[in-house]
Design a protein around this ligand. Structure first.
Ligand code: 13P
Ligand code: SF4
Length: 323
């Protein structure tokens, strides 16, 4: 396919998914691009990606690769992390307006004041945070490695954990240590509540309830298994259970079904009217936008120079502490 053919007919956006995939494949080779996609993106984007993973797997893939261009189908903080790890590479996002409301729930000015209240504390922040917040942090973590990282911190060392209060609460209970928690949450996971979860468990008594630690404690306390997106996926493969009520973003069901086609996956109900709690930001990454961003080499993700080394430091510490 020539460059003209690769760009023909795009203005109307009337291309089939097959045509978009063919053109993306040509551009990928031409640009020496690596396409990374989070498990919460739509199936057609996951299908065209080189690597599909959770936040940690994608940060690791962004750290070690031979590509010239990284195309990140996820949310803004993920592409920003990829850029921090690759300051010399072009990092693109299909839609740079795909932000993470959890990350945005922690404004830097207020977080500075929160830190001042606990000057002795070590600051551990979830990777779901902005570059400004990372620059104010000592160590970053994801839901996959948070426990492993905190276990390496001496018990007597006070910790601030931000921005997710549900994940922070879960870590505090599991590791039996007090932490100063920023009161943010992910609207997707926080939407699951005890009455609807218990109703789903009654309707499917044979199913295991599996939940992401961004869910509320009232949900986690009923879960048969708690883990990051990756850990939930692995559990559905290794468990002898044949059906699962999945309390996380239902985008992961695509990979769960792929790996265990004989098993049944029930998205945990948000409420009676809304059986799925979707991350609309993740779904902003459409195949058409993915194609356009590669064709136009835009929108490009950049990080202000003044923030770069301070924001990279906690990410490097995370990668070193969970190697
Ligand atoms: P993980 O990818 O670490 O499971 O985090 C879930 C999430 O909400 C990503 O934004
Ligand atoms: Fe942010 Fe929640 Fe969406 Fe993840 S699922 S990107 S934490 S809003």
């Amino acid at each position: 396919m020539t460059r003209d053919l690769v760009s023909a007919g795009t203005a109307k956006g009337n291309l089939s998914n097959e045509e978009l995939v063919a053109r993306i494949t040509v551009l990928k080779k031409e640009m020496n691009a690596l396409i990374l996609a989070h498990y919460y993106t739509v199936p057609e984007v996951q299908q065209v990606a080189d690597i599909v993973g959770d936040s940690l797997a994608l940060a690791r893939a962004a750290e070690k690769n031979c590509a010239d261009v990284i195309v990140f189908a996820g949310v803004y903080f993920m592409a920003e992390t990829a850029k921090l790890l690759n300051p010399g590479k072009l990092v693109l996002m299909p839609d740079s307006h795909a932000g993470c409301p959890l990350a945005d729930s922690c404004p830097p000015a207020e977080f500075r004041k929160f830190k001042e209240l606990h000057p002795e504390a070590l600051v551990i922040t979830y990777i779901n945070s902005t570059a400004e917040i990372k620059a104010l942090s000592d160590i970053t973590c994801t839901s996959s490695n948070a426990e492993q990282i905190i276990r390496q911190i001496p018990k007597e060392q006070p910790i601030i954990f931000a921005p997710d209060k549900n994940l922070g609460g879960y870590l505090s209970r599991t590791l039996k240590r007090e932490m100063f928690l920023w009161q943010g949450c992910c609207y997707v996971h926080d939407a699951f509540t005890e009455p609807y979860i218990l109703q789903a468990c009654r309707e499917h008594p044979e199913a295991e309830l599996i939940a992401h630690p961004e869910c509320r404690e009232e949900v986690l306390r009923h879960a048969d298994f708690i883990g990051s997106t990756q850990a939930l996926l692995q559990h559905t493969v290794s468990s002898s259970a044949e059906s699962f009520i999945v309390a996380t973003e239902p985008g992961i069901l695509y990979e769960m079904k792929k790996r265990s086609p004989q098993k049944t996956f029930i998205p945990a109900p948000k409420d009676r009217e809304n059986p799925h709690s979707l991350c609309t930001q993740m779904k902003q990454n459409t195949l058409l936008k993915l194609y356009h961003c590669m064709l136009n080499r835009s929108p490009e993700i950049t990080v202000p120079e003044a923030l770069q080394s301070a924001a990279l430091k906690p990410i490097r510490r995370m990668l070193d502490m969970s190697a």
